[in-house]
Design a protein around this ligand. Sequence first.
Ligand SMILES: [Zn+2]
Length: 587
Amino acid sequence: MIPDSFIQELLSRIDIVDVVERHVALKKAGANYSACCPFHSEKTPSFTVSPSKQFYHCFGCGANGSAIGFVMQYSGLGFIEAVEDLAGNAGLQVPQQIEARRQDAARKAPLTEFMARAAKYYRDQLKASPRAIAYLKGRGLSGEIAARFGMGYAPEGWQNLEQVFSDYQAKELAECGLVIDGEQGRRYDRFRDRIMFPILDQRANVIGFGGRVLDKGEPKYLNSPETPLFEKGRELYGLPQARQAIRDSDTAIVVEGYMDVVALAQHGIANAVATLGTATTAFHLNKLMRQSERVVFCFDGDNAGRKAAWRALEASLEQLGDNKSVGFLFLPPEHDPDSFVREQGAPALQKLANHPTTLTEFLLRELQGQVDLSSAEGRSRLIHEAKPLLLKIAAPLLRLQLTKQLAVISGFSQAEVEAQCGLKPIIPPGRSAPPRNIRRPQARSIEHRLLENVLHSPERAARLPLELIAGDHPEGAALRAIAAAIDRGALSTGGIGQLLEHFRGSEHESMLAQFAAALTADEFDEAAMEEEFNDALERLRHTGLTQKISDLSQKERAGGLTSEERQHLAALLAQKTTAAAAGRRDK
Ligand SMILES: [Zn+2]
């Protein structure tokens, strides 16, 4: 854990405007800055950066957060990496608590250096090998694309890397998977006579290699083993090169092999990435979903491809939000993306990618294939098979869609499907809480209004009458926690960005993020917010007063009050009369 005090210090030293401006051209608009949102496609700017709140917010897609949140969302970094990145730029030392991580980084640094040197060697060898060049040309790849992906060639021979590393016995060489120690203690190069595809991390360090044979040899593809640098289930081949195109198109295409990624890029489809010899993991999806609205899986048309697609579907169910979509593109059985795009051209593939099979279609199709819908047993089994999948779905609207369709296909009612699968009935949108950007003050509790308000100016929390705010519901608990943080000086410079970071990882995090995402433009009007805050406080006090009076009156009826309580009640009643008179004067 990085101590909160450090996060707060970091946020007070940096300016979110500078941080965002490194990546997005901002225009001054009143007190704030605006731009076209980097996280969704738009023509008119709805992305706002507030220097006073140290907060960014998009009124279009709801993206929002602090400077740290921006770096995470924009660069796809994790929290700690984003903090390190910003701290590095601000000339701050990240403190002791992440010493372990620093040690880890220190251990990885020499390995990264070894990988970089090997990558350069392989690139040089490609230039010197007419055979390897001819092979790539034969597959329709240009020198430009080969260079863009840093492709290389590991020549024939057993100890070529001796030319690069004077100490061929160095333990790091084995640690980063470049060599193999044979049974007789004889060491040799892992990659021999293969086209080399370097695998990069988010910071464009080489962390592993994929090697493909030129001819008929086996295995056709050989990857680096898992090493301290390289965890297969976490990395996606081609992501650093594809990031910009993914953002521009708001779509990431996931293919099975590095050759597919490179071939698609050669044909101008630059938003493709590949998993590395593993099934698609939730981690992969999470990474992609942070950078795009839509993920399209494009697997081979064969049986293995279908299986891979089903695994990807299962991983998607938990990760998918209602604002994101996942699609599946099935090529004809004889094709992989590489061969398809070479034979049919990029527009044909783009066309398919624009109208993929939806997750719902694919799921229903596969399930229906497993049962005989003409029989009652088959229709019951359909629901039985669907149950574990439905329960995994995190996105409520998607689940509702699927439940409805299952009901139609199976002949059960929607309520019966829900009951059978142990789902809580989902209230269709519209009857549930109104979308947050439509302001309906009556529908919101006082605590809700206060919390919205305090998010804008956390220092207002110091003015809250805490004795009137119950901590037994989420908004009240969050208000109390914010007031306590202000009170002990944990939130110094104000601003919602700082507030969100303070509560990152706490029980309040997700609710605060929801509130932050729902901020509307008029809430950036400071005077209106102050008025709203005072109004809510007034109502809170009034409700509290009324409640106390009612409690005491009830007690009086039930069995009488002590003389002290009677005095208290009289005082409260007087207070209420004064307040009412003041209220009338104000009107
Ligand atoms: Zn946006």
